[in-house]
Design a protein around this ligand. Structure first.
Ligand SMILES: Cc1cc2nc3c(=O)[nH]c(=O)nc-3n(C[C@H](O)[C@H](O)[C@H](O)COP(=O)(O)O)c2cc1C
Length: 146
């Protein structure tokens, strides 16, 4: 059983719904999973697997709810060398900045030595109006390795 921290960036709730489904699938596998809608460094375990589930807003920006977490990381530069992460990005390919918001957060945590656990998924809501379906299929490909 592993500890999994699911960190959500959302404005209208699509990413939150995907995160809840990911939590349900991993909990069923026996993992200890927590979803964070207002993530803070104080609360999140830096010796756990982080799954970042985030949409993009503005022009390639992170959603407002996750911006303070991004700021904490860039300002405090915590030791994240024990963090493995997986990125589930949700966006709309009609924007030039498709799925770019969470890339800023990924760059910031990689600068703090976090490591990718698996290849990211970028879900295009133009093609997949029900983003939890590809998200759960992606998770199923690697959840046995946690
Ligand atoms: C004002 C606005 C700006 C957006 N900007 C982007 C963008 O730059 N890149 C992108 O891939 N998607 C963009 N999107 C699409 C959202 O990421 C997409 O609709 C996503 O499903 C929203 O998920 P959420 O409800 O979890 O925030 C934008 C949507 C809105 C409404």
């Amino acid at each position: 059983m592993a500890k999994v921290e699911v960190i959500v960036g959302t404005t209208l709730g699509s990413a939150e719904y995907v995160a809840d489904e990911i939590m349900a699938q991993l909990t069923e596998q026996g993992h200890q999973v927590q979803v964070y809608l207002t993530p803070t460094l104080h609360e999140i375990d830096t010796h756990a697997l982080w799954i970042i589930v985030s949409s993009t807003h503005g022009a390639g920006d992170l959603p407002d709810n996750i911006q303070p977490f991004f700021n904490e990381i860039t300002e405090q530069k915590p030791d994240l060398s024990q963090v493995n992460f997986a990125l589930c990005a949700i966006g709309d390919s009609s924007y030039d900045t498709f799925c770019q918001g969470p890339e800023k957060l990924i760059s910031a945590i990689q600068e703090c030595d976090a490591k990718a656990f698996v290849d990211k998924i970028q879900i295009d809501v133009q093609l997949d109006p029900v983003p939890e379906d590809p998200a759960l299929a992606w998770l199923a490909q690697w959840q046995q390795d946690i």
